[in-house]
Design a protein around this ligand. Structure first.
Ligand SMILES: Cc1ncc(COP(=O)(O)O)c(C=O)c1O
Length: 453
């Protein structure tokens, strides 16, 4: 559902900033720099979930919350040898600063990786970044003025929403269904925004194995989305960290393959190899790529040389695609465990059926509030992320994101069983007293911890 009614105008930002500052002041007497912060910093605070996570990360808790890839299957012996060789033979390069755009050798390999998504890019089009998270930040930095609109799926990746809010963008959500973003709703939303005189800078979308929704944009809809954005002169920011992790068949063509000049594509080695290297990339139209490099140089000077050269060696000395196929098999087993546990223990709920990636999106029985229920779930030794984290405007209480990437199939089953006891108890309370009271939500930006994204 579009949330046009929930937008804020540019003038309201300063009022929000002042209100957030006043509200926060009472609780921060210890910070002598309080009055010096920029408005956007006043709005940043750890999400409620983040505080709970200190507890949720204890081993006795089954966490269906985090998006941490399971990297137990990595060939650590090979990586150790590869790293030793890299340091021995190219150590002074690997431990030196590098160019702002990233190593050419790696950019050439990235072009090959993107061929799996049907994208024909050139190494000059690529900017290597500190994970795709930094690419999200850079794109937002170069395009967004306070009050500009970013159109994004409902729900959207929590880490992107944090960036968008930090740059004081207004996020307007567009409906998704089991086939991903709904073209008619996108078209209508962009038309209404134009009529209202709003400046829409880009569409942010995760077309494959969506985080958090678990759905993918159908093949049929891909050219439609591209055509709608082209007609409204809206850039597409295509975020694709999970594209190679499909359980059935080959990846679908990226949006970038339909309109190379209309799309900035973000990729990552975090899910297909290992997140610890913190290497991702943006593939952008030429002029945009230049701005991204300048913005990146000003933020970090150059991306990690050690990380880039390590990934480069891995891609050239190991059957990396074979490893991706093993990951697919392992995640598919976990997805199956999640779906059968949901069918066994949570028959009153609905959930999406992911064909890849890490997540399923659960819709709770009517009247249940995932955010209010979370502390009780953690007390019952199971954790999830409440749907509210994935909307810019406080929607999502009736939903939760469950991830199946990290726990073993047996732990997933046990986690869902524990969850079902909490849901049942909650449903009884709702039957007796009506809907559980909603916690107040302020104007602040909820920043999740890295293991929650
Ligand atoms: C949709 C999406 N985009 C971007 C990222 C950031 O990934 P990284 O910075 O590790 O490449 C994540 C991480 O979970 C994600 O799920």
């Amino acid at each position: 559902m579009s949330t046009l009614g929930a937008q804020t105008g540019p003038g309201e930002h300063s009022r929000h900033g002042a209100a957030a500052a006043a509200a926060a002041q009472a609780g921060t007497r210890l910070d002598q720099w309080f009055s010096s912060y920029a408005d956007r910093a006043h709005g940043m605070r750890a999400s409620e979930v983040r505080s709970l996570f200190a507890v949720a990360n204890r081993p006795e808790v089954v966490s269906l919350a985090g998006g941490m890839p399971n990297i137990d299957g990595l060939p650590l012996e090979h990586i150790a040898e590869m790293t030793a060789k890299l340091l021995r033979e190219r150590g002074t390069r690997a431990l030196q600063y590098g160019g702002g755009q990233g190593e050419e050798e790696l950019r050439e390999q990235i072009v090959e990786v993107m061929r799996y998504d049907h994208v024909a890019a050139h190494p000059d089009d690529i900017v290597v970044t500190t994970g795709s998270q930094q690419a999200l930040d850079l794109v937002t930095e170069i395009f967004i003025n306070p009050g500009d609109v970013i159109v994004a799926e409902a729900p959207s990746y929590v880490g992107a929403l944090g960036v968008f809010r930090a740059y004081q963008a207004d996020v307007v959500h567009v409906t998704m269904d089991d086939d991903g973003l709904v073209p008619a709703d996108l078209d209508r939303t962009l038309t209404e925004l134009e009529r209202a005189g709003r400046t829409v800078k880009f569409l942010y979308t995760v077309p494959n194995f969506h985080n958090p929704a678990g759905v993918s944009l159908s093949l049929e809809r891909r050219p439609q989305i591209v055509e709608i954005c082209r007609r409204h002169h809206v850039l597409i920011l295509e975020d694709n960290p999970y594209g190679l992790l499909g359980f059935d068949g080959d990846p679908m063509p990226a949006l970038k393959s339909y309109d190379p000049d209309g799309v900035v594509y973000l990729g990552s080695f975090s899910k297909t190899f290992a997140p610890g290297y913190r290497v991702g990339w943006a593939a952008a139209p030429h002029a945009v790529r230049e701005k991204l490099v300048l913005a990146s140089e000003s933020a970090i000077l150059s991306p990690t040389m050690m990380g880039q050269l390590s990934i480069s060696s891995y891609l050239s000395t190991f059957d990396w695609y074979g490893q991706v196929k093993e990951y697919r098999q392992m995640y598919r087993e976990r997805r199956d465990a999640m779906l059968s546990a949901l069918a066994e223990f949570l028959p009153g709920a609905r959930w999406t059926v992911p064909d890849g990636g890490f997540y399923t999106w659960v819709t709770l029985p009517e009247g249940l509030d995932a955010q209010a229920m979370l502390p009780r779930a953690v007390t019952n030794l199971v954790a999830y992320v409440s749907g509210t984290a994935f909307y810019a405007d406080g929607q999502g209480r009736g939903h939760m994101r469950l991830s199946f990437c990290y726990p073993t199939p047996a732990r997933i089953r046990e986690g869902v069983r524990r969850l079902s006891t909490v849901v049942r108890a909650e449903a009884e309370l709702v039957d007796m007293f009506g809907t559980t009271p909603h916690a107040r939500r302020g104007d602040s930006v909820e920043i999740p911890s890295p293991d929650q994204v």
